[in-house]
Write a protein that binds this ligand. Structure first.
Ligand SMILES: [Zn+2]
Length: 305
């Protein structure tokens, strides 16, 4: 299954409104797709209703809209994709590439991350205990070419790293859903934060287990706050100020190592995006978060709102 057309995506979890770090990722995915006349899709990864304030999805979609980042296809919601994930789980279980695991975190720690045979060799669902479904990784060293970071090498440890693909509560997990949807939507390139870099070799195995060629990856540095932590909901990153989208975009371009002229903050959003398309240089993206620092997200002054 060769990818013939560039198809990229921005796929936020609606755990809160977009913050500056998510705008940087969204803009990088959009520019990578636009500058090669590829498709750019938006996917809402709403897999865990317990962590998702009901208003967050609308806030995210509104922010993207205000910043001129429009999906080329109808927005996909993972909450409406459960049958596809269930089909994938059944397939992986039947192929012996997944197993039903009753272990608690405590039990796993006590056994150095190893699962008893009751987990890995079980043939049907246990009727007496709740279970998660884990993907059975193969002991393997994964190698690939990151489009920014160059050659990558990761060791995957079977059992110890086996990711949960359906949680005990029944929720489908990110590791499964992201692969099923990237395959289904024909995503050829994934641009995302380098906090997800360590998962790549595992994810390649999941793509292959589902019969698909993995996409190409480009990991951009995560944006840090003044304390050196990743901008995130957990670290109380302020929401993007949707009233000044051109300024936000210019600052996102700076964080991506681009050199927009200062007067661009006075332009409208479409002019900023047009400048960015013309001048986009992937090679200018900083390799590390430290190098990406040195700018203050404009949203910080609005953190008390
Ligand atoms: Zn287990």
């Amino acid at each position: 299954m060769e990818h013939t057309r560039y198809r990229g995506r921005f796929a936020p979890s609606p755990t809160g409104p977009l913050h500056f770090g998510s705008l940087v990722t969204a803009l990088a995915t959009w520019l990578e797709a636009r500058t090669v006349n590829g498709d750019w899709l938006v996917r809402i990864e709403d897999l865990d209703p317990l962590r998702e304030p009901p208003e967050a999805t609308d806030q995210i979609l509104h922010s993207l809209d205000v910043h001129g980042l429009h999906s080329d296809e109808p927005i996909r919601f993972q909450s409406r994709r459960h049958p596809a994930y269930q089909t994938a789980i059944v397939q992986l279980l039947e192929n012996g590439q997944a197993y039903r695991c009753t272990c608690s975190r405590k039990q796993l720690q006590a056994h150095n991350g190893r699962h008893p045979n009751e987990c890995t060799k079980r043939h049907s669902a246990p009727d007496d205990a709740p279970y998660a479904i884990r993907f059975a990784l193969m002991d393997q060293s994964g190698q690939w070419q990151d489009l920014l970071l160059g050659p990558q090498h990761q060791t995957v440890r079977a059992e110890l790293d086996d990711p949960v693909i359906q949680r005990k509560e029944g929720f489908f997990a990110y590791q499964l859903a992201v692969a099923v949807d990237d395959i289904d939507q024909g995503i050829s390139h994934v641009v995302r934060g380098s906090d997800l870099l360590d998962m790549t070799a595992q994810q390649q195995q999941i793509f292959r287990a589902l019969g698909a060629q993995p996409p190409l990856w480009l990991h951009i540095p995560v944006i840090l706050n003044a304390q050196g932590q990743k901008l995130s909901k957990q670290n109380h990153a302020p929401a993007l100020d949707d009233s000044q989208p051109a300024t936000n975009l210019v600052q996102a371009l700076l964080a991506l190592g681009q050199r927009p002229p200062a007067e661009l903050t006075q332009a409208d959003v479409n002019e900023v995006l047009a400048w960015a398309c013309t001048h986009w240089r992937r090679a200018a993206i900083p390799l590390t978060s430290r190098q990406a620092r040195g700018i203050t997200p404009s949203t910080q002054s609005h953190s008390d709102h």
